[in-house]
Ligand binder design. Sequence first.
Ligand code: G6P
Length: 610
Amino acid sequence: MCGIVGAVASRDITPILVEGLKRLEYRGYDSCGVAVYDNGSLRRARSTERVAELADHIAKDSVAGFTGIAHTRWATHGAPATHNAHPHFSSLTGNEPSIALVHNGIIENHEELRRELQGVGYVFESQTDTEVIAHLVHHLYQGDLLDAVQQAVKRLHGAYAIAVFCRDEPHRIVAARQGSPLVIGRGKNENFLASDALALAGTTDQIIYLEDGDVADLQLGNVWIMDSGGKRIERQIHTVHVHTGAAELGPYRHFMQKEIFEQPRAVADTLEDVESVTPELFGDAAYKIFKQIDRVLVLACGTSYYAGLTAKYWIESIAKIPVSVEIASEYRYRDSVPNPNTLVVTISQSGETADTLAALKHARSLGMEQTLTICNVSTSAMVRECKLAYITRAGVEIGVASTKAFTTQLTALYMLTLALAQVHDRITDEQEAEQVKALRHLPAAISAVLALEPQIIAWADRFATKENALFLGRGMHYPIALEGALKLKEISYIHAEAYPAGELKHGPLALVTEEMPVITIAPNDVLLEKLKSNMQEVRARGGELYVFADDDTKIVSSEGVHVIRMPEHYGYLSPILHTVPLQLLAYHTACARGTDVDKPRNLAKSVTVE
Ligand code: G6P
């Protein structure tokens, strides 16, 4: 999703802007641009290509300046074309531009504002909602940019993070946030802003997280922040050590591959020094809250939603607490029956997903106050908004298709299951100790699965020629089948669907021919015999089966049945192990098809708009 970088300094800041954009590339974008103040005028370079190409334009045209803003755009209003790329300029016809602005989010009342601004003489060059804000700020400007932005944001409905500067006050950037992430980076006699701290890694580690309604005034020596009421406020400066290596590939071809192979480390870090699972791992008030709740509501999107679906099987089976799992964008708009004794659990890698945040607010507005988030970003809005939190330690995830974030979410959710079971007396100390032991061995077990990569590459070459695939799983492996299908479609663009294997005969069997690969997750659990019958149903129709079978299932390859042997069955944690080969299958299939694995078309990493 859109990324913002800005800088006000006494040196040429274009290299900082370009580096920041490169670090934001992982969020997904389809065009990019920078604008700087240069010797009395505003200059701009924009491109529908990659940031590297934008950097070439900047070098060729000698774009340089002391103050500037930059942007990666993920198109919402208007096609991904140069004229729609940010920064947007504003001036009245015939005049040199005097306002430059970048924006992340969606302005819902843009049409009404556009008509109003056209009425007073503004001419629009783009189809974006962003250009409306640029003209609005210009229209309201009377010599004080802060004042103009404060007035302008009062007119905006929707979500935004904006950064704007003005030719007439060249050592100043004004920024505002409402619903979309924005951080300030403090330097010595220079200041910065960006969508996340990673974009500023290597430039400054002194980070202020703006809150909704904040307007910030960045000048050379200082930053002033005003809250939504216009009152000056102090926001804490955090020293953020973003691991700059996170943005480096090392020996890997893609970030997705790197991140798949980081999973043993990510899971180990997420478990940290956990010797036993206690409610306090989720926050000081966790015991009291866990004790008083008698149901769980999970809210999430995308891959995080599938983590929630898996957790439902665990929590209902082990902690015996009823769980419902809702897609955040659906939940927020439907009538539901609230129960104040609910633990509302949001799951989010980024902690900034607009729909999940809105669903959380909706749940709270219905009187459900006990909130917990499983989140990978400790400084995110989600963590701030929830009473309890468990921070997964996946590290920065760059690939748009989530991998290590998912397995660490599952790890945290399993700990939540054990903590709930403990508080509700549904597990003995011995059973718990056994589960903690299994958790601690998980990194090694994942490493063993990663060693299957060469066999998976051989399958991927065959998959690359297909246009459809079916994924089957049963029980707690059904959400893993869904996640496997999502991974394959996201990055290889092969149409993939997942079904609980028992549903096969109720529809999807009609699709099964020799052309349809059927990927089957075959753990050695109580459903194995049922699953084998489902596999027969596929074979009888000529379908080719590709089976990830636990070693102790004794399923062997035969005509039309290809088997990759997994380690022995891993009990409740088996879904985590079975995720890994599906990630590798999607990854290598996409490589064989030559797609842009880390930046799949049309997708964004952090979806900060509705
Ligand atoms: C986007 C990403 C997915 C992610 C989903 C939810 O669609 O491409 O990888 O699962 O958002 O994101 P979150 O940060 O809330 O987990």
